[in-house]
Write a protein that binds this ligand. Structure first.
Ligand SMILES: Cc1cc2nc3c(=O)[nH]c(=O)nc-3n(C[C@H](O)[C@H](O)[C@H](O)COP(=O)(O)OP(=O)(O)OC[C@H]3O[C@@H](n4cnc5c(N)ncnc54)[C@H](O)[C@@H]3O)c2cc1C
Length: 505
């Protein structure tokens, strides 16, 4: 067998997902190389929405503050572009809102975070091939017209929807093809609609408007008259015609800087892992950007994958068993592929609503909006799903991954929120501040109202390098107490913030 490669993880693609996985790995001391095909980061933004669970993840690593300071928070969001909003303000999180932030800005913040964690993006380097050997992967990287071989223990394909890593690993991308096209246009509106008309629909279709901090707007329509014409991309003139068709006005459409054409294909990688090759983000799943979920889903993939890769690399460094590595990395697919499936399903449901035509479609949307407006429990359920905080993973104690099923302890498998901890003789502290200090790659055993070990058998825990946090009590926030996070006992928190085990004194 050849000697182990110097680079432990090669991350292909420095979009938001690649930057996040690389930052986690670098902060944990893994030797990482990040290669990116583009010479410069894209100046334009595809997306705008950062969801609550993603903000929690960023906050638990100290990366949320610059975004929160710079961008607008919205306490409500939409399902299927409906005017009845999902109420995020009641969500049990410290971030009960979405953040409206151009993706280019999110990417800049994440690259800066990666740099602070000790990593850098090597630009102008395109991976054109990936080959697996027994103990490594060898990637061919094209740079300045020359090709170079890069060996690494693992390769993570964060190279977007047309992933070369996925294709060369022979992993299929399956699902449903485009059946409709829609525009996303960056425009000037001299006579914009009032905020309560940013989302509007009728028998002609739907309009969706996002105001940007610089005074411009992103405008999108689901235009029933032309949406199924897949023969040509959207143009500025088509956007104007569509606005008039749906709303009766073009809202003073001025300069149109860019028009993207978006399809509703929904595809998912058949496997998220093939040996030493892993996929995350758009390389693993794509769907219509309804609800602004793709980047969020991808960052949550990255957060799950990173701690598993850190543990896998450490295990190989120590000459550990291949079974350990397999268990860790198969767990990534076992948890994140279903999470992706659930998002794709929600997007399909939303597309079904918005694309239903004529009087039947309009009535269906009115009925669904009434459900969201009149039934807070339904509204909450959808808000939890879109926000990302509903995700829970099966645990050894309780093996069900859907948060609506029978669960003996609702904390099991769920993500731990930012609890306010009381400690003897010390000022109260927020859990996420402690997680920041502990950093990526470590389990945390949080004990509340009792001893750090002994009484609960914590010393027998297999995660014997878990950081121990003790609190005399959990005193807030109020919603955390409602959700039983103040129960005296202990929880074992995985490095991605999900609860692996919960015990009550
Ligand atoms: C109109 C629109 C609006 C959207 N709105 C939202 C939103 O509001 N919220 C949200 O969460 N999501 C949104 N999305 C989805 C979001 O943009 C994507 O899910 C997100 O960019 C995926 O991130 P990624 O890092 O996986 O891939 P990408 O952002 O695509 O990054 C992949 C990177 O890999 C590089 N690369 C590709 N091939 C190679 C190679 N062979 N070698 C080296 N580098 C390579 C690329 O240059 C690129 O930089 C939207 C999408 C669209 C189209």
């Amino acid at each position: 067998m050849s000697s182990p490669p110097d680079i432990e993880v090669l991350v292909v693609g420095a979009g938001p997902v690649g930057c996040w996985v690389a930052a986690e790995l670098c902060a944990a001391g893994v030797r990482v190389m990040v290669v990116e095909a583009r010479e410069n980061r894209a100046a334009w933004s595809r997306g705008f929405v950062v969801h609550p669970r993603t903000l929690e993840i960023f906050d638990s690593r100290g990366a949320a503050a610059p975004m929160l300071a710079a961008s607008r928070r919205l306490p409500t969001w939409h399902f299927a572009m409906g005017a009845s909003r999902l109420d995020f303000s009641v969500l049990p999180t410290s971030f009960p809102h979405i953040l409206l932030q151009p993706q280019a800005q999110t990417e800049e913040t994440l690259e800066e975070h990666l740099n602070r964690c000790g990593g850098e993006v090597l630009r102008g380097r395109r991976v054109v091939d990936v080959r697996q050997q027994a103990d490594r992967v060898v990637a061919t990287v094209r740079h300045n017209g020359a090709e170079q071989s890069v060996g690494a223990r693992f390769v993570v394909g964060c190279d977007g929807a047309h992933s070369t890593v996925r294709e060369t690993a022979g992993i299929g991308f399956s699902g449903t093809p485009d059946t409709l096209l829609s525009p996303a246009a960056l425009v000037e509106l001299k006579d914009p609609p009032p905020p309560e008309r940013y989302l509007q629909g009728n028998e002609q279709g739907l309009l969706f408007v996002i105001p940007l901090p610089d005074g411009r707007f992103v405008v999108s329509t689901i235009d029933h008259a032309v949406m199924t014409d897949l023969s040509k991309p959207w143009t500025a003139e088509m956007v104007r015609e569509s606005l008039i068709r749906i709303t009766g006005t073009d809202y003073g459409l001025g300069e149109v800087e860019r028009v993207s054409t978006i399809g509703n294909s929904a595809l998912q990688a058949d496997r998220y892992r093939d040996g030493r090759v892993l996929l995350a983000g758009d390389a693993a799943h794509v769907h219509f950007p309804m609800g602004g979920q793709g980047m969020n889903l991808g960052i949550q993939d990255a957060h799950n994958l990173a701690w598993r890769l850190i543990a896998a690399v450490r295990s190989e460094r120590d000459g550990g068993s291949p079974d350990t590595v397999n268990e860790l990395l198969d767990g990534y697919e076992a948890e994140r592929r279903p999470a992706g499936e659930r998002v794709l399903e929600d997007v399909h449901a939303q597309m079904g609503l918005v694309a239903a035509t004529g009087a039947d479609g309009a009535a269906l949307r009115i009925r669904f909006e009434a459900l969201l407006a009149e039934h807070p429990a339904v509204n909450l359920q959808y808000a939890r799903r879109l926000s990302g905080i509903a995700v829970r993973y099966p645990t050894a104690q309780d093996g069900d991954g859907d948060d609506t099923e029978n669960i003996t302890d609702a904390r099991l498998g769920a993500r731990v929120p930012d609890l306010l901890l009381e400690r003897d003789g010390a000022p109260p502290v927020r859990l996420y501040e402690l997680l920041r200090e502990i950093g990526p790659g470590r389990f945390v055993r949080l004990t509340v109202g009792g001893p750090a070990d002994g009484a609960d058998g914590a010393e027998d825990d297999p995660e014997d390098d878990a950081a121990v946090v003790t609190a005399t009590a959990v005193t807030g926030p109020a919603w955390a107490l409602r959700d039983r996070w103040d129960t005296p006992g202990s929880v074992l928190i995985r490095p991605d913030g999900h609860v692996a085990e919960a015990r009550t004194w």
